[in-house]
Design a protein around this ligand. Sequence first.
Ligand SMILES: NC(=O)c1ccc[n+]([C@@H]2O[C@H](COP(=O)([O-])OP(=O)(O)OC[C@H]3O[C@@H](n4cnc5c(N)ncnc54)[C@H](OP(=O)(O)O)[C@@H]3O)[C@@H](O)[C@H]2O)c1
Length: 464
Amino acid sequence: MWEAFSKKVIVITGGSGFLGTVLAHRIVSSTNAARVYVISRSDTQHVHRKWEERLALFGLEALAHDKITIIQGNTQLPNMGMAEEDVIHLQRTANFIIHAASSINLKKPLPALTDPVIRASLHVADFALGCANLIQLAFVSTAYVNAFLYWTPAAHKEPSSIEERIYPLSEGDPARPAITEWHEVEQHGSSWEYKAHAFPAAYTYAKHLTERLLLERFRLADVAHKLLIMRPSSIGPAQGYPCPGFSFAESAPVVAAAAALLLAPFQTVTIPSSLDHPDEESLCDEVPVDVVAERILAHLACGTAGIVHAVAGEAGQMCLGRFWAEVHACDRMPWQKRVRYVPEGTPEDALHPIARVYNGLGMARLAFADERTVQLERRLREAGLSTSSLFLQNRDQYHQLAGRAVAVEAGMRLVAHHSRLLTLMYWVFYARAGWSHFMTIHGSEEPSAGMIGDPSEKRYCFYV
Ligand SMILES: NC(=O)c1ccc[n+]([C@@H]2O[C@H](COP(=O)([O-])OP(=O)(O)OC[C@H]3O[C@@H](n4cnc5c(N)ncnc54)[C@H](OP(=O)(O)O)[C@@H]3O)[C@@H](O)[C@H]2O)c1
């Protein structure tokens, strides 16, 4: 499979981010690519420093500098804001472009996302269409573009499979062109389609519109076969590559949520839900970052066009109750935290901050199909190629917080910056006690010497 990248030039936007780092790492380590260009808003030194720090946290060596060139740019500008000589060079040489740069802020309103998500992607698409030797552009979207389908109380009751296709937002045959919708968003900061559907976050609508704009643009240019749209669900720590647990805490929602909950100074965590049994019924699809990277590369290598899900799938989902159990087992606060479910529509200020950011926490009933990768895996297996990392391997092991303790503690350090109280709690209950080191070695199951606790509840505190 890696042969497809041999002597090829690969451009990655967002290469300094969580997914981009794993992609760059995988390409330089596993392929014979001619060169990887990473477009970043930061300069070369800053990107390499960031990679070094993030990889060192997991005991990994720095990325091979000699195969990677960082180009300072900005996807929000035409030609990604690059110097003219870089534009000319890349439009002559680039074979694959992976567009992973994006704001991933779930709280931003639509007007704040039009530039970093929609306009930026149009600039990248235009740049790609100007590349003389382009084989494919991969646009990284999100599986939650279709969350609007299930954001009504009735729909919460019946999870059903979301397919790898566009679910139209406007009625009429044909539906209103995406470009008309985009002009309305540009002019008014919103659109009829956005207002008519209950998107859980403006970010998911921005990605929905971007997908349709890119599909339209590539179709009009008669090169629809050169566009791959990859839709990850919630990206989580690596299951294996570059090492188990590898993660950017701020970009992995489940890690960030766990870090915030472990440090929460409240006894009650208030979450909205319209489900009868949210602990069992609310589902989270978390896909390891290396599975996402592997699916992008495998589908590019095989020339898949159109929409592909990068998800854990029905067999890999985690119910909310399991997540709470993991958090409780790792919690070092001397007081027991309790989850309280309140009706949907409860004012935001009554909710736990985590529920304000991830507002689907208590109600998501989404199940994503990934038939296109199932078929690809079958084809590759029949051709005698190893493809084990296209799927989540061991769901139970993967969902254990102990296996991602290093990332969760990095997340706690970020959360701790928000106030002196949180900083103090982090040092007293976690840092001083060597929490992530203990978790990594012992897991969350058994207490050991030097600790007090209640094994029946699996909650232990260190002596401090
Ligand atoms: N994380 C998830 O759970 C998740 C789930 C589904 C889909 N996705 C998608 O997967 C892709 C990669 O996400 P990720 O988790 O790797 O995110 P990330 O860690 O935040 O990295 C994204 C990168 O995009 C670049 N960027 C460009 N413009 C930006 C802007 N206006 N604001 C913030 N960053 C900007 C940044 O690189 P520079 O600073 O070097 O320019 C940043 O490192 C994105 O397209 C995202 O929408 C992510």
